[in-house]
Design a protein around this ligand. Sequence first.
Ligand code: FES
Length: 198
Amino acid sequence: MGLALILPLIPVAETKHPALEGFLYQDLCLRVAQGVAMTGDMGDHMTVQEILEAYPQDPRHLLAALQDIQAEYNYLSVESMKEVAEYLGVPESQVFSVATFYKALSLVPLGKKVIKVCAGTACHIRGAPRLVEAVEEALGIKDGETTADGQFTLQTVNCVGACAMAPVVVVNERVYGKMGIAKIPELIETEREDEAEE
Ligand code: FES
């Protein structure tokens, strides 16, 4: 899937403050233009310092840097947040504040596969709540939780920008459109097999 298609699907702008969304999207585009890797699967881990060095030492890259670290490690450790604060020259309290504000960032490890059920309006009216229940039942976890084996995290998210395909489920960067509860077991099986092959 090309980046142009992926970009609208990344819940980077999922905040309680819509006014921030334009800024966040611009920052994301900058990262893509810089060729900064977006996926969590890059073989050996880059160090936090290596990730940071892709950016100028400017506080406006705070969110982008945190997202890259999240993508690399599946969460933000205290140590990594301190490194970010020092590199970008922002208070640690500000880094923590941003890290805890956005749904896409987590202070605890997420599963290797993050199942995001879109709960936007179009998806909601086409059955998203039932999809959430179906995933919860299939995996034995609740929204926001991670399976004990660390394979899956379930999240409900705002519109992922693919309303024509509603209801939509996104697993990492793979988009499943026109979903129904009957397709959930197959989706999970597909993702399990995919993980096993990697
Ligand atoms: S509401 Fe789900 S993709 Fe837009």
